[in-house]
Write a protein that binds this ligand. Structure first.
Ligand SMILES: Cc1cc2nc3c(=O)[nH]c(=O)nc-3n(C[C@H](O)[C@H](O)[C@H](O)COP(=O)(O)OP(=O)(O)OC[C@H]3O[C@@H](n4cnc5c(N)ncnc54)[C@H](O)[C@@H]3O)c2cc1C
Length: 616
């Protein structure tokens, strides 16, 4: 918000407040026990509805002569998990809870609107910026803007303003939801007191650095994660970034070097390539396909993704790691020089690139839970070897009073927004449910892939250990472009479980929508022989992260390839690939011929496109 509209808001607040004060003083005795409110401490008093309710809260507190300092629940951290927990606790069947949500927006290098001081990542995943940038990189043609003679900083402003708009509308929506739910939101850094115990929380407020102590009947720790920073990399947040500080990049690099072969590295490689940068990916593995398989991708999906990275012009330096950086102290514009060495140290074999010059460098080599400075030891809360908070199957920490729970990235793997939100809901159910409702699993004896409501015998709760051991717990998406996603078992996993498994594959180029709009990619069904029950779905291509959910329901619904062959899908949709893959499972030889024909046609089309592009 600019200072003018800010002043206008303060003025209207004063007018509304005077009226409200009179009204409140006359009705307070009859008021419900909790009036919808948003923080009176925070900076996010934007928009008319916020003004009205936040100040309703303020003046009600002032009238009462004190601020609320005792809460049924204090949630620490307003990322995906914290916001989900606060909204769940405020809703049916847990309503009428007095909830405080404390967030230190800068604690993990989030997306800020520096002009207004607003936290644009509120309630969004730490990956919100990358999603916004990805979306913008698909819509904005940098080469066209440059071709129009736009200055570099104008091109970047066009991109970043679009990202800020996307993030802003998400943050505004979250504020509205918190406001409607009656959750009090404070910006500040929370920790447990030195004196021990978990019945009170210390908050160092962002506003003025002052300390406040609030009483908490229950506490949820949802402080998220931060990038793992290997030693020896001179991170400066200007040229050399990690997966959080990249949110603050203030220019469009023309060349970018990225270390990593995980989801985040691949995502940013495609984003900056789409934005016109020369991108080099440095991976320790000798095979990029194997590196992607290590993060769970099926071998054909991994191969399709690698083929796309290469086709789009991303260079991959294999079996390598960064040895040294040379950053000019004289000029901000001089490229950084990045020296490479063999994985584990020592010179690279002859013929390998040993030095790369680039405008920017990103290390995307993993994340670690945000547990520092919370004073967990004083509270009796234990962490594991990776810094993740230890919880039981009901997400309760080791705090002796039993009133502290944790959810989201702060627990460690799988470091996903979706699992964090599910853990947040489960933790609220754990802390406030009156009856002990563990899901009842009914499985045929010896059925290793038994699933009941998405939960297999391998795991029955949302604690990290169960999630990690349960391939049916959640779908995984890689937001590269094209996207990749999977759910359930791979063929290899199924075989390791003693299941006689087969595969049915459909190419995007085999369905009409794929042929016309986006022919590169595949969908694979993994099924159990001979019944044909579908055990897993693996996709790489346009909309894979959406398409996977239909596949997930097929697996959870115990559907068979025969069911799919008999289903009628509307044309022209990507869902037709499910039927084509099912047909392929029933007629492998015929399917191989069809795929070969479609593949040859696609290769010809790709060659023609490349020839057209190079002649322009
Ligand atoms: C680049 C990138 C891309 C990603 N893409 C995806 C994706 O496609 N799909 C997916 O599911 N997941 C994705 N993720 C992961 C996802 O963003 C995280 O799993 C999710 O944000 C975790 O939510 P959280 O609430 O646990 O933590 P966070 O979102 O990290 O929020 C924690 C909050 O707690 C605050 N905090 C920390 N310490 C304190 C303290 N002491 N007091 C008060 N507040 C504190 C932090 O400032 C932060 O606001 C991605 C992550 C990154 C980095």
């Amino acid at each position: 918000m600019n200072p003018i509209s800010n002043r206008r808001m303060v003025y209207s607040v004063a007018v509304i407040s005077t009226i409200l004060l009179a009204v409140i003083s006359s009705v307070d005795a009859f008021a419900p026990s909790r009036i919808p409110s948003v923080s009176t401490h925070g900076r996010r008093s934007t928009g008319a509805s916020t003004v009205t309710s936040s100040n309703l809260s303020l003046f009600r507190s002032l009238f009462a002569g004190r601020q609320t300092t005792e809460y049924d629940l204090v949630v620490i951290g307003a990322g995906v998990a914290g916001v989900q927990a606060a909204l769940t606790a405020a809703s049916v069947p847990y309503n009428n809870k007095n909830i405080l949500l404390v967030d230190a927006p800068r604690a993990s290098g989030m997306l800020m609107n520096e002009a207004t001081g607003e936290d644009l990542s509120l309630g969004g995943p730490t990956g919100l910026f990358s999603k916004a940038l990805r979306d913008v990189s698909k819509r904005i043609k940098v080469s066209t803007l440059r071709g129009m003679g736009l200055r570099e900083d104008s091109v970047w402003n066009e991109i970043i303003n679009n990202c800020v708009d996307l993030a802003q509308s998400n943050a505004d929506d979250i504020v509205r939801q918190l406001e409607m739910a009656g959750v009090t939101y404070v910006q500040g850094f929370a920790s447990f007191p030195d004196s021990g115990g978990t019945e009170s929380i210390l908050i160092k407020k962002d506003e003025d650095g002052s300390m406040e102590t609030v009483k908490a009947k229950r506490v949820l720790i949802a402080t998220g994660s931060q990038p793992f920073r290997p030693r020896g990399i001179p991170f400066d947040g200007r040229r050399i970034f990690d997966s959080d500080s990249i949110n603050t990049i203030s220019y469009l690099p023309k060349s970018m070097v990225i270390t990593g072969s995980g989801i985040i590295a691949v995502e940013f490689a495609k984003i900056f390539r789409n934005l016109g940068a020369d991108v080099t990916l440095i991976i320790r593995d000798l095979s990029p396909r194997n590196a992607l398989m290590k993060i769970g991708l099926d071998k054909d999906v991994a191969a399709t993704l690698v083929a796309d990275l290469v086709r789009s012009g991303i260079k991959i330096e294999r079996g390598a790691q960064v040895a040294d950086f040379e950053v000019s102290t004289l000029s901000d514009r001089a490229p950084i020089k990045i020296s490479l060495e063999a994985k584990g140290g020592g010179p690279l074999p002859r013929g390998h690139t040993t030095q790369i010059k680039a405008d920017a460098y990103l290390a995307a080599v993993g994340r670690k839970p945000n547990t520092g400075n919370l004073n967990l030891a004083a509270a009796g809360i234990e962490i594991d070897d990776y810094g993740g908070i230890l919880v039981d199957s009901r997400l309760r920490t080791t705090a002796p009073a039993g009133n502290v729970f944790a959810a989201g990235d702060v627990l460690g793997r799988p470091f996903l927004a979706s699992t964090g939100a599910a853990q947040a809901k489960a933790s609220i159910s754990s802390m406030f449910a009156t009856n002990d409702t563990q899901p009842v699993v009914e499985c045929a004896e010896g059925d290793p892939a038994c699933i009941v409501d998405g939960i297999s015998q391998a795991g029955t709760s949302f604690d990290p250990a169960s999630l990690a051991s349960n391939p049916f717990a959640f779908p995984t998406g890689v937001w590269s472009s094209p996207e990749a996603a999977y759910y359930g078992l791979s063929t290899q996993q199924a075989k390791e479980m003693g299941i006689d498994a087969g595969e049915g594959i459909a190419l995007y180029a085999e369905c009409l929508r794929g042929r016309v709009f986006s022919p590169n990619g595949l969908l694979k069904l993994v099924y159990e022989k001979p019944a044909g029950r579908i055990l897993g779905v693996h996709i790489c291509g346009d909309d894979a992260c959406e398409l996977i959910h239909y596949g997930m329901e097929l697996v959870k619904g115990r559907r068979t390839v025969l069911n799919l062959v008999d289903s009628l899908y509307s044309a022209v949709t990507y869902h037709e690939m499910y039927k084509i893959a099912a047909q392929a499972a029933l007629d492998e030889a015929g399917a191989r011929k069809r795929r070969a024909a479609a593949g040859a046609a696609l290769a010809k089309r790709n060659r023609n496109n490349r020839a057209k592009e190079s002649s322009m």
